[in-house]
Design a protein around this ligand. Sequence first.
Ligand SMILES: [Zn+2]
Length: 165
Amino acid sequence: MALTLRDITNRMVSAYRKADYSPAPVRNVEVDGWRGMKAILFTAEVIGSEGDTYHTAVEFFQVDYSNVQKPGWIPVETEDGVVYAEPPTMTYNNCALKCSCPDFRHRFEKELFDVGSLIGNWRRYKRAATATRVMPPVNPRNIPGYCRHLWSLIQALVNSRVVRD
Ligand SMILES: [Zn+2]
């Protein structure tokens, strides 16, 4: 199972009429590869609006690797040493996502887990309650999606052409 980034973006657009945010600074982008699993993982720190640092990760599956460099392919450290990965695309490669921010946890972790596109397990989340009422659910239609920090990482990866649109 798992969805592509295009699938997830389309679901956000149909639910919220948009899937973009104001860009946040992206730092320390790193790439790791697992050739045997045909997977590639991009991680980065993204700075939130309050100056907090969040840890973001985007993993792609069905990635082709080669021992020889081809135009535009990405050098990646894997269990076989440094080999070359074809840049994954938003349309073809299934993906899995994770961000350490509260918005991601509250709004998207369970929804992404349910479609096979969450990295790791979801953390059970109890909705905040005041003395007089329970707060409404933040994602009542259970739409899989991603937060501003992941959006910023994805934009950075597309702009540097290591992920294709
Ligand atoms: Zn986030």
